[in-house]
Write a protein that binds this ligand. Structure first.
Ligand code: CA
Length: 425
């Protein structure tokens, strides 16, 4: 098979792709979708359509790849992902070829096109993977510095370990949902600083956390470690991630073992997994890491990625307000370092594990990735387009995260990661 440059800016598809679409032919992200007539199955986003990979496989369009076709008819992508990086690349390359305006194989077959292309507006998008384990890092230096300034010492905002360890904690996978899934404001124990005993009530300080997450695509055995150099072949791709948080519950419970019920009531992912291959042209240098990291965390090459990120709050029946513009390139610790650190002790990884970045804040006001930082603990309310203001998130608010990388006229986007806060019951 010839090697195809799936990222070339000159590629054009015969499928109409609107100018500002997140899903040009250079992207080709994987997801799971269904319609009233189609059971949940694998698809690839192209413009305003979804390419049905199961239908393509059944019609023989993947026969040249000699894959097990059953992987595309599953309600999650795990079996497909488990085929490995060579298979991901082969499928992405074949789809790129089939969608290319220069290729007739599918373009000139009206019946096959009808079978394979589903308008996204008619489809339901599902959680794309069965998530085994979920880990959340704390890898944005500006976020960690802001939190340290607010809660500890402005002069010594970062804890002594922060520049040596990609700090993280084990989260909970069961409450991770796909974009569009509403959730109830959580209830729990909170205690005001001047109160003697805690009370039980709905959280008063509901907050989002602007994050991304990556999906593990290659497993390891217990006892095995992944080097920073080998990490990329273990990463299938990335999604946007909103790690909903209840700040008052968090403040009371988090010592000494870290967040528990303040963080595990709902986290939301965008439905399309954008492959590392699609993001490769947008790699940029990361922060200079000083002091030098231990050898197992060293890496070479540009391992950060220039992905513009934004967060909007949309009150019920009102226009949205963008409250944050950040960028993935502000991450201090890279995904490769996170994976190397996570496995350095022999902790094994499984296909479908999800590792989130931690809140991604930039270095200046306007680029902070949580309401905690944006309103500086509620002391600086943020004005909304409808004339109201927010310190934290109100019932009825929908929080929408968007992300995209642009270069040479190509825009590789993630779609939306949206979720609505319903009143507590
Ligand atoms: Ca988080």
């Amino acid at each position: 098979m010839t090697t195809r440059d799936t990222n070339s800016p000159t590629l054009r598809s015969w499928v109409q792709v609107p100018a500002n679409s997140d899903f040009p032919i250079q992207n080709l992200p994987f997801g799971i979708f269904s319609t009233p007539r189609r059971s949940p199955r694998a698809g690839i986003a192209i413009g305003e359509y979804i390419l049905d990979l199961n239908a393509l496989a059944e019609m023989g369009y993947f026969d040249v790849l000699q894959l097990d076709k059953k992987v595309f008819s599953q309600p999650v992508l795990n079996d497909f992902i488990a085929l490995g990086q060579k298979a991901w690349r082969a499928v992405r390359s074949r789809v790129s070829e089939l969608l290319d305006e220069k290729t007739q194989a599918l373009q000139s077959q009206p019946e096959a096109r009808e079978q394979c292309l589903v308008p996204m507006s008619e489809a339901t998008l599902h959680l794309p993977v069965r998530i085994g384990d979920y880990t959340d890092f704390y890898s944005s230096i500006d976020h960690a510095t802001n939190m340290g300034k607010m809660f500890r010492d402005p002069e010594n905002a970062l804890l002594p370990n922060w520049k040596h360890i990609p700090v993280g904690y084990h989260g909970r996978a069961s409450s991770i949902v796909v974009s569009g899934t509403p959730f109830r404001r959580p209830k729990g124990q909170t205690k005001a600083p001047d109160a003697e005993v805690p009370t039980f009530n709905p959280t008063r300080l509901l907050d989002f956390e602007l994050e991304t997450a990556f999906i593990v695509g290659k497993p390891t055995q217990l006892g095995e470690s992944i080097s920073t150099a080998a990490a990329d072949e273990h990463i299938f791709g990335m999604v946007l991630f909103n790690d909903w948080s209840a700040r008052d519950i968090q403040a009371w419970e988090y010592v000494p073992l870290g967040p528990f019920l303040a963080k595990n009531f709902c986290s939301v992912v965008s439905p399309w997994i954008v492959t590392l291959d699609a993001l490769e042209p947008f790699r940029v240098p990361g922060y200079t890491q000083e002091p030098a990291v231990l050898p197992y965390l060293e890496y070479t090459g540009d391992k950060n990625i220039d992905i513009a990120l934004e967060v909007a709050i949309k009150p019920e029946n009102a226009a949205e307000t963008v409250v944050c513009r950040s960028n993935y390139k502000y991450m201090y610790w890279t995904m490769e370092q996170q994976l190397a650190h996570h496995t350095v002790n022999g902790c094994n990884m499984n296909v479908g594990d999800m590792l989130a970045s931690g809140t991604i804040s930039g270095p200046h006001e306007g680029s902070f990735g949580s309401m905690m930082e944006i309103t500086w603990r509620g002391t600086k309310p943020v004005p909304m387009a409808d004339g109201s203001e927010r310190k934290f998130i109100n019932d009825g608010d929908t929080v929408i995260i968007r992300g995209f990388a642009t270069k040479n006229g190509v825009r590789i986007g993630f779609g939306e990661c949206a979720s609505k806060a319903l009143p507590a019951v």
